[in-house]
Write a protein that binds this ligand. Structure first.
Ligand SMILES: Nc1nc2c(c(=O)[nH]1)N[C@H]1C(S)=C(S)[C@@H](COP(=O)(O)O)O[C@H]1N2
Ligand SMILES: [Mo]
Length: 250
């Protein structure tokens, strides 16, 4: 059988090439218009409306599928970083805040429970080695120790408080603050943390007490907790006020 070699005319190649380039130009044009539209949109808490809507849709999905029985992956101690990254120092600028440090827990009836670090260390200790994830795109396997928030609630009989929807945690100078949904606070891997790599927390890592909450991104792991309170409405949240998703769940 003799096969004819396939040939195409120069003109065919030329029209196809122009057609292809035309498509690219139209696509880029549309993408540019879309971006402009997004930029011009009124902002909702610092975020263009369409993005804010996407965040809120995410929020619904994640708070819906959240389960307190789902545990974050843990790792053997040898895998924990020795040089732990420090990120974010809002609320940590005054070392003197650590001198007469006390934890204030505001009860539902308005009373304040005032505790020192030894009160917290006296409770059963839980350790966790997990992959700490910052929203900026880095992660690190790190080792922490402290008391489970749920054990803390049980010990100090904070059952009424734990029946509310949210927990607010604020630094002693009130410059960093997070709001966290109760199911995430009561999750078995959430700890009020006073140790890193089996040593007291370094100053820049939140000495003397921080939150470790593996079901959330780094932003929620507040360093140097001064006050804890409870509410049914969403407490203020530092990064939410800069346009981030409120829940920052993983
Ligand atoms: N008080 C306080 N806590 C904070 C921050 C902060 O700026 N101030 N930054 C958060 C962010 S964005 C991250 S990623 C983690 C970083 O924790 P590390 O410094 O122990 O790595 O702390 C969180 N807790
Ligand atoms: Mo972060």
């Amino acid at each position: 059988m003799d096969q004819k070699p396939e040939t195409v005319s120069t003109r065919y190649v030329l029209t196809r090439t122009l057609l292809g380039l035309g498509c690219v130009v139209v696509f880029l044009g549309l993408a540019w218009m879309g971006f402009q539209k997004l930029q011009k949109q009124p902002k909702d808490k610092g975020t263009p409306q369409t993005l804010r809507k996407a965040f809120e849709a995410n929020e619904k999905i994640f708070s819906g599928i959240f389960s307190s029985t789902h545990l974050s992956k843990t790792f053997p101690k040898e895998m924990a970083a020795k040089n732990v990254r420090v990120n974010g120092k809002a609320g940590l600028t005054n070392d003197a805040d650590t001198l007469n440090w006390k934890l204030n827990v505001i009860r539902e009836n308005g009373d304040t429970l005032t505790l020192d670090i030894n009160d917290i260390k006296a409770l059963p200790k839980t350790e966790i080695i997990f992959d700490f994830k910052c929203i900026e795109g880095w992660s690190q396997i790190t080792h922490w120790g402290g008391v489970k928030f749920s054990d803390f609630v049980e010990h100090y009989k904070l059952g009424n408080e734990a029946s509310l929807d949210f927990v607010s945690l604020v630094t002693p100078d009130k410059k960093y603050y997070v709001g966290i949904d109760m199911p995430s606070m009561m999750h078995p891997q959430t700890i009020l943390c006073y140790e890193m790599n089996e040593q007291p927390l370094p100053l820049k890592q939140g000495y003397p007490l921080r939150l470790i909450i593996p079901v959330k991104y780094g932003v929620k792991h507040i360093k140097r907790i001064g006050t804890i309170s409870f509410s049914n409405t969403r407490p203020r949240d530092y990064w939410y006020e800069f346009g981030y998703d409120y829940y920052c769940g993983l």
